[in-house]
Design a protein around this ligand. Structure first.
Ligand SMILES: [Zn+2]
Ligand SMILES: [Zn+2]
Length: 213
């Protein structure tokens, strides 16, 4: 098995978790033995999030998607954003806020759970009034956490450890863009994303009655 950052290997990660006897749970109760909390920080692409969400639904997995209200890459208030949230919910996933410090204002679109975007150490693990901070205890513990930041696993791809049930429980943070867009490096995945974005933006222009003749 090659540990590529693509949808095939993401599927294999889900299968590995199932082989290891894990169940997929959320941030609404403290993790217990056998829980895998699938967390997705959606930094760049709602399309990638929806693609991953559909794959998970087809594999009977549910995750928590953390969406930004202050992204420079997508607009959650646009028709596209509204559709993406509705689709994530319809697929059975949870939706939390991927917040830009210090603004953690929750509204009716979100469950009471927050993941800071690119947090500084000073506030990363601090409690947030009225919401769960995914990086505070008992939801976070370095021994029970893996992340795919910049298309690199700091402690190796977790598929083998998942398959043999090595984690008591695990918070698994993945970024949908890395898996949905092809590329052997972060740079290459980002180039794929930008290529796809051009086509999507041309479509937006057409829908906006821009004459492209
Ligand atoms: Zn792997
Ligand atoms: Zn982020």
């Amino acid at each position: 098995m090659t540990c590529a950052f693509d949808l095939d290997h993401y599927r294999e990660l889900l299968d590995a978790a199932r082989t290891g006897g894990y169940r997929f749970t959320h941030f609404d109760h403290p993790p217990t033995t056998g829980d895998v909390l699938l967390r997705h920080d959606v930094d760049l692409s709602l399309d990638a999030a929806v693609q991953l969400a559909e794959l998970e639904m087809n594999h009977e997995a549910t995750a928590t998607y953390f969406l930004m209200t202050e992204s420079v890459f997508y607009n959650l208030a646009s028709s596209e954003g509204v559709r993406a949230i509705a689709r994530l919910r319809e697929l059975g996933h949870r939706v939390g806020l991927h917040a830009v410090h210090p603004n953690a204002t929750l509204d009716e679109r979100f469950d009471a759970v927050v993941a800071w975007h690119n947090p500084d150490p000073e506030y990363m693990r601090a409690p947030i009034e009225g919401a769960v901070n995914v990086m505070e205890a008992p939801f976070f513990d370095p021994e029970h956490y893996r992340s795919d930041s910049n298309q690199q696993w700091r402690h190796g791809c977790p598929h083998e450890d998942l398959a043999r049930g090595a984690f008591e429980w695990l918070q698994l943070l993945t970024h949908p863009e890395i898996w949905a867009f092809e590329g052997a490096t972060m740079r290459a995945s980002m180039e794929s994303m930008l290529d796809a974005d051009r086509a999507a933006r041309l479509e937006h222009l057409r829908n906006d009655r821009i004459d492209l003749s």
